[in-house]
Design a protein around this ligand. Structure first.
Ligand SMILES: Cc1cc2nc3c(=O)[nH]c(=O)nc-3n(C[C@H](O)[C@H](O)[C@H](O)COP(=O)(O)O)c2cc1C
Length: 203
């Protein structure tokens, strides 16, 4: 059972969440979990001006995802930062290159899920995840979120990401916040949950 965690991260928040999603998926017997990035589309000088180059050193070693890896996975869990309430352009461009996979129904019946990060608490995490789901549905994927069985999303005693649509973290307007233990627990739960469902489907 192959579980692919595919993400874009500019400052490291989505990367940290991706690690937690992968850890959760690895808890399921028989899961082979791969972490992959989508290609960067911004020139280095722009990334420099955005203050991203130092942070990106932490995950530049993660291999870039290939179309074949998408086709051979049993489940694909996508991570993206929120950009104006949507997925980031890097992820959009990556997905827009999957027309060939769509044409041959290569992703039909695979399990899919989405997690995200935003700068602010109400900055569009849910719209990012839900609008991302549209692409997964066009590919014929089986969309899985983060059920309330993850009780951490009921918490009101601290600021926290996480919704029925998927795990998330709040990065802060300057990226000063790091994913909290509760947000990471949501990410691990989603990874494990998707791997468990995939295990049943592939049995
Ligand atoms: C062009 C742009 C648009 C953004 N749009 C939003 C937004 O709509 N809502 C929000 O809360 N944060 C927004 N952000 C902040 C990012 O979501 C935040 O930097 C990201 O979640 C951090 O994740 P990363 O460290 O993995 O890159 C935006 C950032 C950029 C650069």
């Amino acid at each position: 059972m192959k579980i692919l965690v595919v993400y874009y991260s500019m400052y490291g928040h989505v990367h940290r969440m991706a690690e937690a999603v992968a850890d959760g998926a690895r808890e399921v017997k028989g899961a082979e979990v791969l972490m992959r990035r989508v290609p960067e589309t911004l020139p280095e000088d722009v990334l420099g001006k955005m203050g991203a180059l130092e942070a990106q050193k932490r995950f530049v070693h993660v291999p870039v995802c290939t179309q074949e890896e998408l086709a051979s996975a049993d489940a694909i869990i996508f991570g993206t930062p929120t950009r104006f309430g949507n997925m980031c352009g890097q992820m959009r461009q990556f997905l827009d290159a999957t027309g060939g996979l769509w044409a041959r129904g290569a992703l039909v019946g695979k399990v899919g899920g989405v997690f995200t990060s935003s700068g602010t608490q109400h900055g569009g995490q849910e719209s990012t995840i839900l609008s991302f789901h549209i692409t997964l549905l066009h590919h014929g994927m089986i969309v899985v979120g983060l059920p309330y069985a993850f009780q951490g999303q009921m918490r009101t005693d601290e600021v926290s990401g996480g919704s029925p649509y998927g795990a998330s973290t709040i990065a802060g307007t300057s990226g000063e916040r790091t994913p909290t233990e509760n947000e990471l627990a949501g990410a691990r739960f989603q990874g494990r949950h998707i791997a468990e469902i995939t295990a049943r489907l592939t049995a």
